[in-house]
Design a protein around this ligand. Structure first.
Ligand code: DHB
Ligand code: FE
Length: 291
């Protein structure tokens, strides 16, 4: 059977992708950001899974106000890189895993969660920046990401957005789905976006280190408690775009220690990083390994 070996959590920022793509990662401002991922790149290289289930949000690139899926699972064989206004990022296309994705779609929908099944989709910085942070720069033509990726897009851009509790319960359903896939696949689940930031209005530039670090602590030690926190608390304390953090609860919900059947031991915290700022955003990063 397939298993979830670890979960990875990281912020995304378009400027991080631009810094890598334009060869600026050694400038002091960016070097401090990338330093937090040195351990992670080595760890991922040594522990490359078969599939990464990558929870992220699209920023009106694949979707628009025409159609707003709350949860969208990518079932395609490959995904092109979105043009966000400056041409697509020069990174390799993303190779999917249609068999596992179709199984997860079937399993999660029959567990009563609504998913939109997406057979064609371009992926934006929400997905490619976490891959770049964890895998380093890749040649867009001759390079490749280290494994298959199943994109899982969550609407955290246009209200109404899903609650932290729903995300956590969905993560548990995804965990059950992966563990019922009849092939010995090693799967990682990544939760991305956040941490505190607000990009518009009078509070633009808001960062809240106290909130962010309490979130990291509680995501590890008390995810069910964190899942009960309502949206308005994120918006007030972590800024309007801080709501991206609810996506981390999907990845956390898939870990063995919160599974209802055959509950595992608490995960090991392999790595933690917190840094302010990258562009307008606080950068947070965690790696949790199932015991
Ligand atoms: C920034 C952060 C985001 O999450 C995003 O999607 C776009 C921009 C920023 O900090 O600039
Ligand atoms: Fe974002």
């Amino acid at each position: 059977m397939a298993r979830i070996s670890a979960s990875v959590y990281t912020s995304h920022v378009p400027a991080i992708g631009a810094a890598l793509d334009q060869g600026k990662s050694h400038e002091p401002y960016w070097a401090r950001v990338f330093a937090g991922y040195e351990f992670s790149k080595q760890w991922l290289h040594a522990h490359t899974p078969d599939v990464i289930f990558l929870v992220y949000n699209d920023h009106a690139n694949a979707f628009s106000l025409d159609i707003i899926p709350t949860f969208a699972i990518g079932t395609a064989a490959s995904y092109a890189i979105a043009d966000e206004g400056w041409g697509p990022r020069p990174v390799p296309p993303v190779v999917g895993h249609p068999e596992l994705a179709a199984h997860i779609a079937h399993s999660v929908i029959t567990q009563d969660f609504d998913l939109t099944v997406v057979n064609k989709m371009d992926v934006d910085h929400g997905l490619t920046v976490p891959l770049s942070l964890m895998c380093g720069a890749q040649d867009p033509v001759h390079g490749a990401w280290p494994c298959a990726v199943i994109p899982f897009a969550v609407n955290v851009v246009q209200y109404p957005v899903p609650s932290g509790r729903r995300c956590f319960e969905l993560g548990k359903a995804i965990g059950r789905a992966v563990r019922s896939f009849d092939a010995p696949l090693n799967v990682q689940i990544w939760g991305t976006g956040g941490m505190s930031h607000q990009l518009q209005g009078p509070r633009a530039g808001l960062i809240n280190r106290v909130f962010d670090n309490a979130f990291l602590d509680r995501l590890v030690a008390d995810p069910a408690g964190q899942a009960a926190v309502p949206h308005i608390d994120y918006v007030r304390q972590a800024g309007s775009e801080g709501i991206e953090l609810v996506m981390w609860l999907i990845a956390r919900g898939a870990m063995d220690d919160v599974a209802e059947v055959s509950r595992g031991a608490p995960p090991r915290e392999l790595h933690r990083f917190y840094h302010v700022p990258a562009s307008n955003t606080a950068v947070g990063h965690l790696i949790l390994e199932n015991a």
